[in-house]
Design a protein. Structure first.
Length: 116
């Protein structure tokens, strides 16, 4: 079965950190561009960050620049999102997405809650 599985979400206090993981099973991520998206209650899904297949190119939403870092380990078939200096506005369900040509996969999401 081809799927992406996110993990690493949870409850964290403002200023804290979390590292999300996106692991693929049933296929290799080597050729895929990977994106992290998030959706807060009552809001549309928005792009957070993305990384090229080689890892040589990354992009970030202005709201997370300087706080989040995306990386990938193709040997582990996993992409990561390191989130530092978290603020309540980062609260959302985080999804990873893998795209390569006509192939497009989404994970089921992991909840991140930033609250004191």
């Amino acid at each position: 079965q081809l799927q992406l599985v996110e993990s690493g979400g949870g409850l964290v206090q403002p200023g804290g950190s979390l590292r999300l993981s996106c692991a693929a099973s049933g296929f290799t991520l080597d050729y895929y561009t990977i994106g992290w998206f998030r959706q807060a209650p009552g809001k549309e899904r928005e792009g957070v960050s993305c990384i090229s297949s080689s890892g040589g190119s990354t992009n970030y939403a202005d709201s997370v620049k300087g706080r989040f870092t995306i990386s990938r380990d193709n040997a582990k078939n996993t992409v990561y999102l390191q989130m530092n200096s978290l603020i309540p506005e980062d609260t959302a369900v985080y999804y990873c997405n893998a795209i390569y040509r006509l192939r497009n996969y989404w994970g089921q999401g992991t909840q991140v809650t930033v609250s004191s």
